[in-house]
Design a protein around this ligand. Sequence first.
Ligand code: UN1
Length: 494
Amino acid sequence: MSHKLYKNLIGGEWVAAKTGKTFLNSSPANKNDVVGEFQSSGADDVDAAVKAAAEAFKTWRLVPAPKRAEILYRAGHLLEQRKEQYAKDMTREMGKVLAETRGDVQEAIDTAYYMAGEGRRLFGQTTPSELPNKFAMSVRMPVGVCGMIAPWNFPMAIPSWKLFPALVCGNTCVIKPAEDTPLSTFNLVQTLIDAGLPKGVVNIVTGFGPEAGAPLVEHPGVHAVSFTGSSEVGRLVGQVAAANFKPCSLEMGGKNAMIVLDDANLDLALDGAVWGAFGTTGQRCTATSRIILHKSIAAEFTEKLVARAKALKVGDGLDESVEMGPQVNEQQIETSTKYCEVAQQEGAKLLCGGKRLTEGAYANGTFFAPTVFSEVKPEMRIAQEEVFGPVVSLIECSSFDEALEIANSIKYGLSTALYSRNVNNAYRAIRDLEAGITYINAPTIGAEVHLPFGGVKQTGNGHREGGTGALDFYTTWKSVYVDYSDKLQRAQID
Ligand code: UN1
């Protein structure tokens, strides 16, 4: 089957990488289905893109924010019209089921409208001066050229979390999409171009981390870096950024716990567990990967969860009846396989799944069976390390206090959930769970775009995407003093 060749977008032109190399993007449901051929870029390509972004910044920063926002409104509208096609492209390139890829495009639409609204806000502060006849305020200024490295699990939503706030704030961008999902970034950026985005304001450089991602982080012309991905790579990104005093937003791993107490609505908790653990094939940084069960309901919950996991229809996400798609690539299958081995060596009990699916229609794809482990102890690796696959660990507890302690006994702190009908427990969970997100009677996944998204501990480095947190990252404060007294006034002295 013939496939399309995609080029980098630099200064508004589609150009081949100077490396002369390309790579193929194929479907995880069927490796023979080639989605497209993309540029395998290197440092020279990144350099050209950063220069184009720097040139575009000279004029883009001067476009009034409400006018910049109009482009986002139009892009949101176009995304609505293109939602179905872009969802199909996304399912084809990364595997998650159509209902979810539609949701992913919807998240970009939501972000477009939310951030477009910021065009007429971007609030700063006005505040009295300590001196007479003097006016004081703070205003948001764009940061400059922003380098963005995006993951494959939310191939349109997460690039939109990065691009849209950056743009409304007056920045220009160079984005490197994940090598597994470049097409969704192309679709997103094409929409911005069709909505009227000027040349060079967003540039795309495709390729792999070491060759294309590293030079983007290192480039002296990049003023801020936004990265979503593994903690391993995030640490490197953070180190390079720190050495250059570059603002750097890192959004990384999770080992998200759902606590189910003895007073929970068990059927509701089950629905939440299935969705939280196996939605997106477990490949969300917010995925439910630990379920902490009160011992009095553990047996019943476990039995029902295993039945639900076994009944899930796994297959090609383009088939509307499929409930769980493939994992994104061979590497993720290897990781899931490895953790299933490690868990069993540690003494966890495999209740279902635990292996790759290879028969029949699964033969050409990277499918992994929905997997449940019981008898997991909080300190086991399967309870501590991120798998990023359809693998969930059940841990028993005797009390709410113990559940909170287990939930917090990890290095990550992204999302958490409590199922309980006791309002006192709910408020304690909100206060005591060490995480950037806590859900009450809802699973660990499902963040909305107008609230801050991110985590504590090793999940992040203190920044937030979504909501006004994104504006804080993509702007820098300028404090302004206007003295209309016509004389020298000395702060702290006169
Ligand atoms: C991610 O897991 O990488 O909250 C992002 C959610 C989605 C975003 C997840 N809205 O699950």
